[in-house]
Design a protein around this ligand. Structure first.
Ligand code: PEP
Ligand code: MN
Length: 347
């Protein structure tokens, strides 16, 4: 159930509704809009009677919510969410560029990459310190040392750090450095991790699971929002299909679906989406036209020597060329008004 307040409702009236929700044992979620406040309810096992609220001052209407992903859906919040990461918005209609190596490998590697991506318009540096790898024998990341290197980057460059949080044990340690906590595809349904990150007040990049439906992705995001962390950015990174020529099948339709069904920003990750460096730029550009709020790509000073995902990493030169095209396309997209999804209301 969503309680829509009158435009003229006072903060006291909003508080009184939230108090009533708590009194009956449920959890209120204030959802601010540009013209009115709405209050979502979670924790209720079944439908909640509108009569409990209709007598309260300032209440406009009580609307049943049909989606299982209540707080994530456009039904409860028609206006798009903009996530602010240390002053840098994701989802305000412009294009955010997130770039960097798959994994932090050395001071020289991360510093050089940071300098290069910042110079070419990226406001976010990606790089894993803790790496979940398919093989236990593969490079697992520099771990704490990797975090220290990312911390150093922050002191030198105007870059926000996106880095993966692999398990509940390291949430605190990673959150000390990360501006955005990445929850990887393999962890999309790690419910303990979702709960731990949901209790933090830190932006999250939630990647779609390797074989996850969009509803499953939205339900994973719902864990975060239901615990009070509303700063969630979704990420399409390709899914497993019968196709073997590409690493995954980059699901461009997911970008449109996410924009339509949720109010959360969406970032495209064509690097993991196709897994082949020469195919990454075309997919990145396609994602911009399809309405992505951001593009995340892997970049490495020498992809042939990368300790992970070298085959899909862009060289500095390739990134420079792509970044110029991304900026061009993002400007054109804004002037052509081809991102209606960020403004559309739920139907
Ligand atoms: C990554 O971003 O390097 C990564 C491991 O991604 P995913 O979780 O999507 O496989
Ligand atoms: Mn990677």
């Amino acid at each position: 159930m969503l309680i829509v307040m009158q435009r003229s409702a006072t903060p006291e009236q909003v508080r009184a509704v939230c108090d009533r929700i708590r009194e009956i044992g449920f959890v209120p979620h204030e959802i601010p809009g540009s013209t009115r406040v709405a209050i979502g309810i979670t924790g209720n096992p079944g439908p909640v009677s509108p009569e409990l609220f209709q007598d309260l001052a300032g209440v406009h209407e009580c609307v049943p919510v049909s989606r299982p992903y209540k707080l994530v859906s456009r039904e409860v919040k028609p206006e798009p969410t903009v996530v602010h990461v240390r002053g840098e918005p994701i989802g305000d209609g412009r294009l955010s560029i997130i770039a960097g190596p798959c994994a932090v490998e050395s001071r020289d590697q991360i510093m050089r990459t940071a300098e290069h991506v910042a110079r070419n318009g990226a406001k976010f540096l990606r790089g894993g310190a803790y790496k979940p790898r398919t093989s236990p024998y593969a490079f697992q990341g520099l771990k704490d040392e990797g975090l220290r290197l990312l911390e150093e980057v922050k002191k030198v460059h105007d870059l926000r750090i996106v880095t993966e949080v692999k398990d509940t044990e390291t949430v605190r340690e990673v959150a000390e450095v990360a501006d955005v906590l990445q929850i990887g595809a393999r962890n999309m349904q790690n419910f303990s991790l979702l709960e731990a990150v949901g209790r933090l007040r830190r932006p999250v990049l939630l990647k779609r699971g390797i074989s996850a439906t969009l509803t499953e992705l939205f339900m994973a995001a719902e864990y975060l929002l239901s615990l009070g962390n509303y700063e969630v950015v979704l990420c399409e990174r390709g899914i497993r299909t019968f196709e073997t020529m590409t690493r995954n099948t980059f699901d461009i339709s997911a970008l449109a679906m996410i924009q339509h069904h949720t109010h959360l920003p969406v970032v495209a990750d064509p690097s993991h989406g196709v897994g082949i460096c020469w195919a990454v730029p075309a997919m990145a550009l396609a994602a911009v036209v399809a309405g992505a709020d951001g593009v995340m790509v892997e970049v490495h000073p020498d992809p042939t020597r990368a300790l992970s995902d070298g085959q899909q990493s862009l060289t500095f030169e390739a990134f420079e060329t792509l970044a110029a095209k991304l900026r061009f396309l993002a400007d054109w997209r804004a002037s052509a008004g081809i991102v209606p999804s960020r403004r559309s209301t739920h139907k």
